[in-house]
Structures are given as C-alpha cells and as structure tokens.
Design a protein around this ligand. Structure first.
Ligand SMILES: NC(=O)c1ccc[n+]([C@@H]2O[C@H](COP(=O)([O-])OP(=O)(O)OC[C@H]3O[C@@H](n4cnc5c(N)ncnc54)[C@H](OP(=O)(O)O)[C@@H]3O)[C@@H](O)[C@H]2O)c1
Length: 272
C-alpha cells in the first residue's frame, strides 16, 4: 500500500506510540492512522488474537514494527507490566483510548463494576501518563491523547459513573496540557459525541441511532484528534457537536442541561 510518512509528526511523537485499547473501533483506527504517519506501535487490549491480526495488517501495509500486549487495563499491576514490556522502546506518544462503559440504573450495577470502571477509565490514564510522561520529560518531547466524552461536561442519568470518569480524564488532560506544554509535551483530550464503533452500536437502541445525526466515524474522530494535538487542550469533533456543547454549557440552565442528557440517555439505553 502506498502512503506518505508524516516526517514532522514522527520526529515529534515517534519513533513509537502506545495505544491503550487498540483492538477495535476507535482504538484500531488510531493505530492505523499513526501507522500511516510512520510510527511504530505498542498495542494493548484484552483480545490477543484481534490485536495480533491488526498488528500483522499494519506491519504489512505500512512497513512499521508493532508489539502487542494482552492486558486488562483494570488490573492493579499495569504500571509494572507495561514498564517491563516497553523498557527497551522510546515511546513518544500515548493514546489512552480504552474505556469500560457500563450503562443502566446506578443501583442495578454492582459496586465492584463501578470500581472497575474507575480503574480502567481513571487509574489507567493516570498511570500510563505517569510512567510514559516521565520518559518524555527526560527527552523533552512527546504527546498524550486522552479520550473523554461530551458526557463529561455534565452529570448524566444511566451513565452517572461513566460520565464522571470521563470528566476525570478531561480535567486530568487539561491540567497536564498546561503543566507540560512549556516542556515539549503536547496533550490533547478528545470529547466526542456518538461514534459508530462496534461497542457503541451494540449498546444503543436502533431508534436512538436513527435520530442521532451527530454520529461520526472512528476515522473522522481519530483524524480530528490527532490534528488537534499540539494546538489546543480539548477537541470536540464535529461542528454540530461543538455548537450543541456551547448551547448546553453557556445558554441552558444547569438543571435543564442535566435533564436533557437524562432524556437522551433513557432513549439510548432503555428503549431497545
Ligand atoms: N463510541 C462512542 O460513541 C464514544 C462516545 C464518547 C466517548 N467515547 C470514548 O472513546 C473511546 C473509545 O470508545 P469505544 O467504546 O467506541 O471503544 P473502541 O475504541 O471501539 O474499543 C475499545 C477498546 O478498548 C479496549 N478495552 C476495553 N476495556 C479494556 C480493558 N479493561 N483493558 C484493556 N483494553 C480494554 C477494547 O479491547 P478489548 O475488548 O480487546 O480489551 C477495545 O480495543 C472510549 O474512551 C470512550 O469512552 C466513545
């Protein structure tokens, strides 16, 4: 396959990138777009076979090196496991894409599952930013991409804990953007609306998907996010989503914004 390596991007964020949550949907798309820019990849997820298939395709199509690591990012020991797996690599870019997405009434979800959601969505990006960021600081260059969500901007019924975890990753990313930007490390947090990933399509009602004109493809979201790296702290892909967010945050009373999100979530997750 013919492709043009992005020499500037590779010099700034290469030679290796690590994509956490890379076996499907948006994570696999981030991996493909980074491969096309000429970066070698470490791909992490729980499904080893799917990861290995993606690795073979990318190595073949883009003549890059790919290393896969089967790992549950909710595990307590991810810092030691990942540190050992990448000790010989110069990783210039972190993409933390993985998320646990548990939907439903708050008390119908076990406490253990809520805590697992926090482990994958909050402790995971914190840990990876810590262990990879220290090495980037020493080199004086690098980048970090965190996946948040439009739901991070206000509380949401039926995804109360998920939305709160996404607020965590956005606020972590914003803080690191300000703290690290003078030290050569670019940070961007992506807060998308609906993306047509296999996980999203399987979890939502067909009626809600029909009325969701805002749904974007993984390709569009990954491209807008990577283009925003080094330019701004937060990116909301899609002009319609940016407009909706401005309306919700600046013009709707808080109570109305939270109520509207609740109605949208009931349509998505209760009327299947
Ligand atoms: N899709 C949307 O509409 C939407 C909207 C707003 C925000 N987002 C955010 O965008 C990101 C991608 O979301 P998505 O649901 O569409 O997913 P995706 O990128 O299509 O797939 C999620 C990836 O994360 C991996 N993963 C999940 N849990 C993991 C764990 N415990 N340990 C290791 N890997 C794990 C999955 O692989 P394995 O199953 O093989 O582990 C998969 O590769 C998430 O951060 C999500 O919060 C998505």
């Amino acid at each position: 396959m013919r492709h043009v390596v992005d020499v500037d991007f590779r010099a700034r964020y290469g030679p290796w990138a690590l994509v956490a949550g890379a076996s499907a949907g948006l994570g696999a798309e981030f991996a493909a777009q980074l491969a096309a820019k000429g970066l070698n990849l470490v791909l992490i997820a729980r499904r080893k076979e799917t990861l290995d298939e993606l690795a073979s395709t990318l190595m073949h199509d883009y003549a890059i090196e790919v290393r896969t690591l089967q790992l549950d990012l909710g595990n307590d020991d991810i810092d030691t496991v990942i540190t050992a797996a990448i000790s010989d690599l110069e990783i210039g870019l972190l993409v933390y894409n993985a998320a646990t997405v548990i939907t439903g009434p708050y008390f119908e979800i076990t406490l253990q599952d809520h805590l697992q959601e926090i482990a994958v969505n909050c402790r995971g990006p914190l840990t990876l930013a810590y262990i990879l960021g220290q090495r980037m600081l020493k080199r004086g260059r690098g980048g970090m991409v965190f996946m948040s969500s439009l739901s991070s901007f206000q509380g949401s019924a039926l995804i109360a804990n998920y939305a709160a975890t996404k607020a965590y990753s956005r606020v972590l990313g914003e803080g690191l953007w300000e703290e690290l930007r003078t030290q050569g490390i670019d940070v961007v947090t992506c807060s998308p609306s609906s993306i047509s990933t296999p996980g999203y399509l399987a979890s939502t009602s067909s009626r809600s998907r029909r009325v969701s004109s805002a749904m974007m493809t993984p390709r569009e979201v990954a491209a807008e996010t990577l283009a925003a790296l080094g330019k701004q702290p937060v990116v909301i892909p899609g002009w319609g989503n940016r407009l909706a967010n401005v309306l919700m945050q600046r013009f709707f009373p808080r109570k109305m914004a939270i109520g509207l999100m609740g109605r949208v979530m009931r349509g998505m997750y209760q009327e299947r």
